[in-house]
Design a protein around this ligand. Sequence first.
Ligand code: 13P
Ligand code: SF4
Length: 300
Amino acid sequence: MQAEIIRLKKEKGICILAHAYQSHDIWEIADYIGDSFGLSQKAASAKEDTVIMCGVRFMAETVKILSPQKRVILSNSVAGCPMAEQIDAAQLRALKKEFPGYKTVAYINTTAELKTECDVCVTSSSAVKIIKAIDTDKILFIPDCNLGNWVKQQVPEKNFKFIAGGCPTHLRMTVNDVENARREHPNAALLVHPECKPEVTALADFVGSTTEIMSFAKKDDKHSEFIIGTENSIVQHLQLEAPNKRFFPLSKLCVCLNMKATTLGDVLECVTGVGGEVINLEEDQRIKAKHCIDEMLRLG
Ligand code: 13P
Ligand code: SF4
């Protein structure tokens, strides 16, 4: 299947983008792998006319928002991000009325509809830099209050309002998991994603986005063992890429079924032209949503 996907994507001039949480067999056929910020940058610069996004719906929407002339295909139509739909545009308009004078900062894990109501997007790897650069100290941060609280610790001079949103996958990791993992692997460093609960990030040796966790683990020469507090595909990728080190999941439950919805078979159907979902957005919505992604790329 991999050989056929590679042959067809070259023949048809298709670009395959894959989020870091995709499984390794999909990494091997992708043209670019990255975290949400890296994928957004690629979405803006990819030369090909057709882009297949192996990730979740908001990532494919981001490609379409930035490159409306391209045919953008979400690798599996059931792959959504539950966090992206935890608040809708009407609820956000009500919040903005409640907090006048606040800039609305949206985690990129939001629907295109919600982005039309926001001032700027951020990703886990760009949030601190962007929020520091915003020309106001009043920030209404949606939807992930855990990422938001982690950013607040790095930018204490600003005033934040949060809602009770978050990633159901990362919220499965607990302090009890940290205690058990530390006991089983006393020499390992604990690396976690900022979508984890504050009491879990507080115990970590390093907090960062998916690609930041990977590059930290590969470069760190103080440790040879790592406990990984993010989606468990990162454990698999690291073990394959750094075979002399050892990697353990913080929790076996940290699996995102949406990210894992895409299989090699789905990608083969996409390059063959019989699978996936072609993403279309109303032009009015696309233009309004583009503003906050452009701001993210400019400030980040
Ligand atoms: P990053 O890719 O920015 O680390 O985000 C993780 C995530 O949960 C994406 O859905
Ligand atoms: Fe959404 Fe969390 Fe899955 Fe990322 S890991 S796609 S934030 S549910």
